[in-house]
Design a protein around this ligand. Structure first.
Ligand code: UD1
Length: 432
């Protein structure tokens, strides 16, 4: 385990370049498995989840090489195995994305069921129902999904649950349907920017997909895809996290390589809280005041709603608001783990079902706290930046799953923090 020691920060000032998107890159890596040849992906973030996905691709015989930092060459000419190793799926649910391409390319996929997750139950039943609708025979025994379609997949109409418009199921089924025979229609498809980018990638490779960016995808199966060069979109969750950091510290920070049009709801809520946010096509500047934020209610929802991945960051901001905010989490059933830790720092939070009622307090104080997932870890850092004294955050390694150079980027704009091993308290200089 690793600890992050964070002290109260002066207002953050300067520029933060935003990396390629974690949730945008993982589907692209899976999509590249459908190409019988070479694909180049640019703007690939150096994060743990990308490493895990690359290990997964290599485990089924695909060659992956960084030809320069952030630029990845994937050669999926040959796929030698249709079995995904358990130790990789266990580490990261996103690795279940290999199921669709394996089925599409090889007519067979053996992928361990990802199991539980700290932010709530995260089944893959929509993915599996979709594979069945496409004609695969699927068995779930001994913790493994064994899907077979020896005569290939066949297009069909797939109806996803409209409450969630599942990101993962949309990606997996779009990937499976790309090489299927006939036409697949996915209703209530997700149109998060990361899913749209995956659809655009596939289309540029030769897939026939209509409705990208809407909640209904029509996919006419093709026989093969051609490799292309494609850039991963900027990470709107990373950008959002750092925008919250700027606001929480009363800072003035310019963000480069962003897509403000992917972040309208977040920008709206930060403005409501009192920050000034200026945007152009690829940049965004947050100018915050030193006053305590105004309270802001949020409800998480599929895109273009407020992203569940930024709900913890919002909780950290309004913990010091002048008044009470109500957060409603509609996507994951256990995403308030971080609130007990914020309470240790002096926050006044009551959870009832899907709601967190947060009564702003004038001051948070540093405390030993523990992160349980990547976004919870980020939220605790945000709270620590405005808390009196020092906060020791256990589980700092979670940040490496989804943020490239998390500490280095924050330190560059003035945030005081250092990482060390929990065991021997030895400082790990610049892991970031
Ligand atoms: C993705 C993101 C995650 C983000 C989430 C919601 C990646 C790698 N992860 O996760 O960061 O927080 O979208 O924006 O991109 N569900 C089912 N059965 C299924 C699939 C989903 O019941 O087969 C439920 C889930 O339990 C959850 C909801 O649907 O309650 C939404 O999940 P989904 O959109 O699939 O999220 P992920 O793709 O897992």
């Amino acid at each position: 385990m690793q600890q992050l020691l964070v002290s109260k920060s002066e207002p953050l000032t300067g520029t933060i370049p935003i990396s390629g998107s974690k949730n945008g890159t993982l589907p692209l890596l899976a999509a590249a498995m459908l190409v019988e040849g070479e694909t180049i992906i640019e703007n690939v973030p150096a994060i743990h989840d990308v490493d895990t996905m690359l290990q997964m691709l290599r485990a089924v015989g695909i060659e992956c090489t960084f030809i320069e930092p952030g630029v990845l060459k994937i050669d999926a000419t040959d796929i030698s195995s249709c079995q995904a190793p358990y130790h990789l799926v266990r580490q990261m649910r996103g690795s279940f994305y290999v199921a669709g391409p394996l089925l599409g390319r090889c007519g067979e996929a053996h992928v361990p069921l990802p199991g539980g997750c700290v932010i709530g139950s995260r089944p893959v039943d929509f993915h599996i129902a979709g594979f069945k609708a496409l004609g695969a025979e699927v068995e779930e025994t001994y913790g493994i999904m064994r899907a077979q379609a020896p005569r290939g997949l066949h297009g069909n109409r797939i109806y996803l649950d409209p409450r969630w418009c599942s990101v993962g199921a949309t990606v997996n089924l779009m990937l499976a349907a790309t090489l299927a025979e006939g036409t697949t229609i996915i209703e209530n498809a997700s149109y998060e920017p990361e899913v749209v980018a995956c659809g655009q990638f596939l289309k540029q490779c030769g897939a026939q997909i209509d409705g990208i960016g809407s909640n209904m995808l029509t996919i006419r199966g093709v026989q093969r895809l051609e490799g292309i060069r494609f850039s991963s979109i900027p990470d709107r969750i990373e950008a959002g996290t750092f925008m919250y950091a700027a606001t929480i510290t009363g800072g003035d920070v310019l963000f480069k390589n962003v897509r403000p049009d992917h972040m309208t709801r977040v920008i709206e809520h930060l403005r409501e809280a009192g920050a000034r946010v200026e945007t152009n096509e690829t940049e965004l500047r947050v100018i915050a005041s030193n006053d305590r934020p105004r309270p802001v209610d949020i409800t998480t929802a599929p895109y273009p709603g407020f992203p569940t991945d930024l709900q913890p960051a919002h909780g950290a901001l309004v913990a010091r608001a002048v008044g009470t905010s109500v957060l409603e989490e509609t996507i994951f059933d256990a995403r308030y783990n971080y609130t007990d830790e914020l309470a240790r720092m002096g926050a006044d939070i009551r959870i009832t079902g899907q709601l967190a009622i947060i009564k702003g307090v004038p001051e948070l104080t540093g405390a030993p706290v523990e992160a349980t997932d990547v976004r919870a870890a980020a939220a605790l850092v945000l709270a620590a930046l405005c808390a009196e004294g020092q906060t020791v955050i256990e589980g700092a390694e979670f940040l490496d799953r989804g943020y490239e150079n998390f500490e280095a980027k924050l330190r560059a704009v003035g945030a005081p923090m250092v990482r060390r091993n929990s065991d021997n308290n030895k400082e790990l200089l610049c892991l970031a």
